[in-house]
Design a protein around this ligand. Structure first.
Ligand SMILES: [Zn+2]
Length: 76
């Protein structure tokens, strides 16, 4: 996959990518709809910056806080 400048959730939404959130502890991965995630962050008045979003994500598998965010193909 080509690497773009994907520094915020807005970029993912605009380019049509899903947001893959991978736990840094157990590797559990979840794909988010970028538009849904953007709306949720907006509602929470949270940062759209990828590193900040990753830092606040809590794993639903192991409860670890801190995830790596990468683009994934959107299949909806
Ligand atoms: Zn985990």
């Amino acid at each position: 996959m080509a690497r773009y400048s994907l520094e915020s959730i807005n970029e993912y939404a605009r380019r049509g990518y899903a947001v893959r959130v991978t736990c840094q502890s157990c590797g559990h991965a979840v794909d988010w709809n970028a538009v849904s995630l953007m709306r949720e962050l907006h509602r929470l008045r949270a940062s759209m910056q990828i590193d900040k979003v990753g830092a606040r994500m809590r794993c639903s598998g192991c409860g670890h806080r801190g995830a790596t965010i990468t683009p994934a193909a959107a299949d909806w």
